[in-house]
Write a protein that binds this ligand. Structure first.
Ligand SMILES: Nc1ncnc2c1ncn2[C@@H]1O[C@H](COP(=O)(O)OP(=O)(O)OP(=O)(O)O)[C@@H](O)[C@H]1O
Ligand SMILES: [Mg+2]
Length: 491
């Protein structure tokens, strides 16, 4: 497949300018770039979701018109989107063959054959525990992703686009995806692979294209580039890696958690967090970290355990109890739960702090926008204006707006679950810088993250969890590395 001279304008922004991109048979071509660089837009054009203003697409040397995703599939191109879009109420087989159902001679759906074919596809993708008749509802992100790939294979397509597929996968699931990709490559499938994890680019791709501000700034064989060089091309400047910084923290305990237990999610977890501390909870996806925080925050009911805040026992039964105590929680599902698609960036950002900007019962937009503008600068949020509807921002930039919202809200204790998922390397550093600044000003922060390197750089202390158990604490992260934390989790 070859795309040449692709230009795409949106009102107020040029998302892509004269971009060339090609894909060879049986290769993995990585596409990288900062948030808002144009990666998803380019893929949406290849899929016929958007029409380019200029440029053309050809497949096996023939120019093709791709007006919608159906056209793309007929040309042999399928997309697994950044936000998975299976229909939960349908079975696995129905999702795989949606719009492409197998019919019998009489024109009715041939359920038996459809289920057998679905089963074959599932086996090919190493899925053993799920039957084609199962509902899709409740399946993990990893399974849903594989089912999306199965759907593309079922249509006979050989070109598979993966838009940030590993963002919500465990390490093991990522390895599984990579081995499936390697097998499919041997059968002639090609992949376009978008990710912010540059180590994955080195690991799995044959070639890499780098976008910056809608332009292709570099393209080369993966073996000819390093992570550092990629970052340099992406950011057009040197980006210093975050380093650990020792902070002075008073001995005053802010939050004490005693013996928290809930079913088989987590058992007998006790820890305390000091005032002004940045406290990390490390572990693999599935270690029970989010479940623990959900119970502390009153989103779910604990079986046992007690809480103390500033030395006094407190009871949190529902999230509003926690909010009244000055505790804020940014969930990992913030994009799904936290965005008001039809409202502009500034209102989305200041939603919980609007009261602050009221004057004579009216919102004082001047002040609100001054604060909002500050975050747009600090976090390099890419948006045409503060009035732009948030749905028009790229995935990573929407994330940044939601993070800014909670930084502005200024809870005394702020809990962040996977705050940098989907965020580019440079902005990650900026977000952690802001978090450090907040802690220095007196806020207490708890961060859950699967990015152990980041926790080691930013946290004062870290608790390591594995399969619902506390495996120990790292009192001084200085000098620790990722492998040591992993060993601690697994010991
Ligand atoms: N429907 C739209 N209307 C207006 N602007 C848009 C639209 N879709 C994307 N844009 C703009 O185009 C630019 C590129 O966005 P795109 O989603 O392609 O970025 P991306 O590289 O995928 O970033 P991320 O890593 O955050 O997912 C951004 O500035 C974005 O705001
Ligand atoms: Mg994107």
């Amino acid at each position: 497949m070859r795309a040449t001279g692709i230009t795409k304008d949106f009102p107020g922004t040029r998302a892509l300018e004269d971009v060339d991109f090609d894909l060879l048979e049986g290769e993995v071509h990585a596409l990288v770039g900062e948030n808002g660089a144009g990666k998803s837009t380019l893929m949406n054009i290849l899929m016929g979701i958007y029409q380019a203003n200029k440029g053309q697409i050809s497949i096996q040397g023939k120019i093709v018109q791709v007006k919608n995703p159906g056209d793309a599939l007929r040309c042999g191109v399928g997309l697994v989107p950044q936000e998975l879009n299976l229909i939960p109420e349908l079975s696995v087989a129905e999702n795989i063959f949606m719009g492409n159902e197998i019919k019998n001679g009489a024109g009715a759906i041939d359920w038996k054959r459809m289920n057998t074919e679905a089963d074959k596809l599932l086996k090919k993708l190493h899925i053993r525990d799920i039957q084609p008749e199962n509902m899709t509802k409740g399946l993990s992100a990893a399974f849903q992703q594989l089912i999306s790939i199965a759907r593309i294979l079922a249509s006979g397509s050989q070109i598979i686009i993966l838009d940030e597929p590993t963002a919500s996968l465990t390490n093991r699931e990522t390895d599984n995806l990579f081995s499936i990709m390697k097998e499919l490559k041997k059968e002639g499938c090609s992949f376009i692979f978008i990710t912010h994890h540059l180590d994955e680019v080195i690991h799995i791709s044959d070639r890499v294209t780098i976008l910056r501000d809608g332009r292709r700034v570099h393209e080369c064989a993966t073996k000819d580039i390093t992570i550092e060089k990629m970052i340099y091309y992406m950011a057009n400047q040197k980006v210093a890696m975050m380093e650990h910084m020792k902070r002075d923290i008073p001995d005053e305990i802010m939050l004490r958690v005693n013996g928290y237990t809930r079913g088989n999610e987590f058992r007998d977890i006790s820890f305390s967090v000091r005032k002004r501390e940045i406290f990390g909870i490390a572990g693999l996806v599935g270690a029970g970290r989010t479940e623990l925080i959900n119970a502390i925050y009153g989103l779910t009911k604990k079986d046992s355990g007690t809480l103390e805040l500033n030395g006094k026992p407190v009871e949190i039964r529902v999230p509003t109890d926690a909010m009244k105590l000055g505790i804020g929680y940014v969930t990992e599902e913030r994009r799904k739960l936290g965005i008001f698609a039809e409202l502009p960036v500034d209102i989305n950002m200041m939603m919980p702090s609007l009261k602050k900007f009221y004057k004579h019962r009216m919102i004082h937009y001047g002040q609100l926008d001054k604060s909002a503008e500050n975050y747009v600068k600090k976090l390099s949020i890419k948006t045409t204006s503060l009035d732009t509807l948030i749905k028009y921002l790229s995935g990573g930039n929407q994330q940044k707006v939601i993070i800014a919202r909670w930084l502005e809200k200024q809870s005394n204790l702020l809990i962040l679950d996977e705050p940098t998922r989907g965020i580019d390397v440079r902005s990650k550093g900026e977000i952690y810088q802001l978090i450090r600044g907040m802690a220095d000003e007196g806020k207490t922060i708890i961060i859950i993250s699967s990015e152990t390197d980041e926790l080691l750089a930013v946290c004062d202390r870290i608790m390591v969890m594995h399969e619902g158990n506390c495996k120990g604490f790292i009192e001084d992260p200085e000098g620790y590395d990722r492998e040591e934390v992993l060993k601690m989790a697994l010991r």
